[in-house]
Write a protein that binds this ligand. Structure first.
Ligand code: TRP
Length: 452
């Protein structure tokens, strides 16, 4: 282990960093829009089952790989398997994370624009005006590209300055504030006229709306939200101390992550139903809904609405930043350690690639709608390709590797911290990664392909 390898100071810092990676736009932006597209409550049920049965065991698997080998994703998989071919799981992860960072930065850029626009008071008016504001913004090639690039550059700057620790320390304060503010906004949103329909949409399952896509969408969303399947968790856990309880950490993070996602749903849907926004509006959903919440719910005191909006967008930007840092770090650690170049150079490679992809993605949903792949805008294509194919594939291969090709005592040692914790749970976890995780992913794939 080279000196250049950073190490998380305290146990709390580790879990915070990993939670920071998990909590982001996946919860506040992607979860509501997927839920809206897939009919509400029934999707949420499938999603929760995916988190419990596949997500938590999958997280522990990546933790085991990373902490056992204490190397970048590529080397970690090679080391724990003792074989060469498995390191391609690491490569697959690095590739996936790079693509995700490309389109994620675009949405993060939208949040920056919203932060700016709400700060200077540009967003206002009725629901139609608010939604027109969004359309005009994403159709402006300069603005949308610049905000996305700005976001990648901020991430880059933090990565090369090595100030992640400061960021993690800040998230200790900011994460609880985000949670609190979400709660306030949930209450406000639920008090809007006609909001009950939104709550019903979220909690009363209508199984007639369960389409073929629901299963794969829920699986992809669960993995995306937990940062699972790209060796991201493996990279972070390579910095873990030996006394961290992997099972408990995975459980805590999955729980926090799901609570935040569901709160975000409870903030968005009641308001959307109240002002007449279609729940299946797609990726634009939160951007055309949120400004209405701030205005309508705080109509009695617009100044308060202004302050809350600004704080909320700022926290959202921060949450997105702790996620983009984690995606950037996977590739940066790889290039730095495997190509023997400085961290600075390694980070530049990644920033360059993601920057180009982000520009193309931003244009594909705005000024250059012809930029399509398989009938989808490049941005949607990248989103679906990663969440529905690459993430499940990464998790599938990892569980096959650990379940069937790694010595049981290595797994036992990592899972139980050398026999000191969670002894009894080990068997369940092993069963899950041998059978439940790979078979479920396989079944969902086959189901989607129409084979079943
Ligand atoms: N989980 C993050 C979110 O919900 C996004 C994210 C960060 C991610 N790192 C990842 C997704 C790695 C997949 C893989 O916003």
């Amino acid at each position: 282990m080279g000196k250049s390898r950073a190490n998380f100071g305290s146990r709390l810092a580790v879990v915070l960093a990993t939670a920071g990676s998990a909590v982001g736009l996946g919860n506040v932006w992607r979860f509501p829009y997927m839920t809206g597209q897939d009919g509400g409550a029934a999707f949420i049920l499938v999603y929760i089952v995916c988190i419990l049965m596949l997500g938590i065991p999958g997280m522990i698997s990546e933790f085991v790989v990373g902490r056992h080998s204490q190397r970048n994703a590529y080397r970690a998989y090679a080391k724990i398997s003792g074989g060469k071919a498995w390191r391609y799981i690491g490569i697959l992860g690095i590739l996936t994370a790079t693509i995700i960072l490309g389109f994620y930065a675009v949405v993060a850029g939208w949040c920056l624009e919203y932060l700016y626009a709400s700060l200077v008071g540009h967003i206002g008016g009725d629901a139609t005006t608010v939604s027109r504001f969004f359309t005009e913004f994403i159709n402006d090639p300069v603005k949308s590209c610049l905000w996305a690039l700005a976001f990648i550059l901020i991430t880059h700057f933090i990565i090369i300055r090595g100030v992640e620790k400061g960021i993690e320390r800040a998230s200790k304060v900011l994460m609880p504030i985000l949670l609190l503010l979400l709660l306030v906004l949930v209450v406000c949103s639920c008090m809007l006229p006609g909001a009950a329909k939104g709550v019903e949409f979220l909690f009363r399952p209508d199984f007639s709306k369960v389409t073929k896509d629901v299963f794969l969408d829920a699986l992809g969303q669960a993995f995306f939200s937990l940062s699972l399947g790209t060796a991201c968790l493996c990279t972070y856990s390579s910095y873990f101390n030996k006394d961290i309880n992997l099972f408990r950490s995975a459980g805590h993070i999955a729980c926090l992550d799901s609570v935040i996602a569901i709160l975000a749903g409870l903030m968005i849907f009641p308001a959307a139903f109240s002002v007449g926004i279609q729940p299946d509006s797609g990726p634009s959903l939160i951007f055309i809904t949120l400004p209405n919440v701030f205005q309508q719910a705080f109509a009695f005191m617009p100044e308060l609405g202004y302050v809350i909006a600004v704080i909320f967008y700022a926290l959202l930007v921060f949450a997105a930043l702790t996620s983009t840092i984690s995606m950037h770090e996977i590739g940066t650690a790889f290039f730095h350690e495997e190509m023997h170049i400085s961290r600075h150079r390694a980070a530049c490679i990644l920033t360059g690639v993601c920057g180009v992809l982000a520009i193309l993605c931003a244009l594909s949903v705005g000024a250059w709608t012809d930029l399509q792949l398989m009938g989808k805008s490049l941005m949607d294509f990248c989103d679906m390709l990663t969440a529905q194919i690459m993430l499940p594939l990464g998790a599938f291969l990892t569980s096959i590797l650990l379940g069937w090709f790694v010595a049981r005592n290595v797994l036992h040692d990592e899972f139980t911290n050398g026999g000191t914790v969670n002894q009894r749970l080990f068997g369940y976890w092993l069963f899950a990664i041998r059978w439940i995780v790979p078979l479920s992913i396989l079944l969902i794939f086959l189901h989607q392909l129409g084979v079943l």
